[in-house]
Design a protein around this ligand. Structure first.
Ligand code: NAI
Ligand code: MG
Length: 360
């Protein structure tokens, strides 16, 4: 097949890790006889430097015209970077919101998998971890409080802020359908997370999820309150297969889920819309503290490229080949600094990319 991939390396370690993911995609193309065409676009701080805004309309249009987008990370040192001395809608991360909205990406899929080779990195007790866990977080990405009305006013000398959380049934239905589709190909188990004891949006969420569930009799569904879910994730993470939740709850829970795997440098993500076009990126940020040192872990981005092959190009065998190569390299004892432990061989960003490409 032929595919058009927009590469958005971004800031910080972004360019370093995207280069390794591209190396892996090139290897897949060569081995399986595909042709990937790349276009590199600017987003984040590097786009602010070049054009004065985090994502230009032209770049957004080019992303829309591609089959898939592979992103590194955007943003810099929030405390002391010139990129943050401007209005919120001109800061690096505004590019992220703009591209998600612009591409209509309403479903964020983040696997939280504890690799058996990295059990030592997991902060949970061995009896809780068991043989490891493999959870997929499905977070609604373009609705809820992040996209509701925000305002701050002063009434009788008292400052007051309002953020509105809203969902309509169609927004809930489309993400629920994606979650059940993903669950059907995995453990056939959806846990829908809400705050239905307090929020109307959550009561609607629950009702719509139950309606969608009727079309998936092979998948079991359970509802859980978000505070309980936060607790269950550290008490008994193995009970979960697919966790389905709204935007803000998903933001928080996916960070929690990623941390119990012990390694932010390993976690991939996909953001999908109604069609095949998706945005693929590691779960971590631009890591300004280690940028330019050649030590960043490229695996999260490489696994994101595997998701790209699976969800945008339907190349399941190729995606599995990448995932297997990553496991093999870990099995052989190679580690970047963030996942390094005693007796293992420490390698840098480029070597890790080379090793994975070689295994493919
Ligand atoms: P971060 O994820 O960039 O870094 C947190 C810690 O993890 C740092 O110590 C970093 O060195 C380490 N780390 C992250 N990725 C790594 C990798 N691949 N290999 C080895 N170590 C890694 O989060 P932080 O520091 O809160 O944010 C830095 C910047 O990134 C900020 O400007 C933030 O807004 C932005 N950010 C961007 C995201 C995106 O582009 N989607 C997501 C999260 C943060
Ligand atoms: Mg977050």
């Amino acid at each position: 097949m032929t595919g058009k991939i927009a590469l958005i390396p971004g800031d910080g370690i972004g360019p370093e890790i995207v280069a390794e993911a591209k190396k892996v995609l090139d290897t897949v193309a060569k081995k399986y006889g595909h042709e990937f065409e790349y276009e590199t676009l600017l987003m984040g701080g590097c786009s602010i430097d070049a054009y004065g805004e985090p994502l230009t309309e032209e770049s957004l249009e080019k992303a829309k015209a591609s089959d898939a987008v592979l992103l590194g990370a955007v943003g810099g040192n929030v405390g002391n970077s010139r990129w943050y001395q401007v209005a919120p809608n001109l800061r690096p991360e505004a590019g992220l919101l703009k591209i998600r909205k612009g591409l209509g990406l309403f479903a964020n899929i983040r696997p939280a998998k504890l690799f058996s080779q990295l059990k030592d990195a997991c902060p949970l007790k061995p009896e809780i971890i068991g043989d490891g866990f493999d959870i997929v977080m499905m977070r609604e990405l373009t609705g809820g409080v992040y996209f509701g009305e925000h305002k701050t006013e002063e009434i009788d000398g008292i400052r007051k802020s309002t953020d509105i959380m809203a969902y309509d049934e169609n927004e809930i239905k489309r993400i629920a359908v994606k979650a059940f589709e993903v669950a059907r190909k995995r453990g056939k188990n959806v846990t829908s997370v809400d705050k239905a004891n307090v929020l109307d949006t959550s009561r609607l969420w629950r009702a719509v999820v139950d309606e969608v569930a009727k079309d998936y009799p092979d998948v079991t569904v359970k509802h859980m309150l978000v505070d309980n879910c936060a607790m269950q994730l550290v008490m008994n993470p193995r009970q979960f297969d697919v966790i389905l939740t709204e935007n803000m709850f998903g933001d928080i829970l996916s960070d929690e889920a990623s941390m119990i795997t012990g390694s932010i440098g390993m976690l991939s993500s996909a953001s999908l819309g109604a069609g095949k076009l998706g945005l693929y990126e590691p779960s971590h940020g631009s890591a300004p503290d280690i940028a330019g040192k050649g030590i960043a872990n490229p695996i999260a981005t490489i696994l994101s490229a595997a998701m790209l092959l699976r969800y945008s190009f339907d190349l399941d065998e190729e995606a599995k080949a990448v995932e297997t190569a990553v496991e093999e390299v870990l099995k052989a004892g190679y580690r970047t600094i963030d996942i390094m432990s005693e007796g293992m061989t420490q390698v840098g960003t480029v070597s890790m990319g080379d090793l994975i490409a070689e295994k493919i």
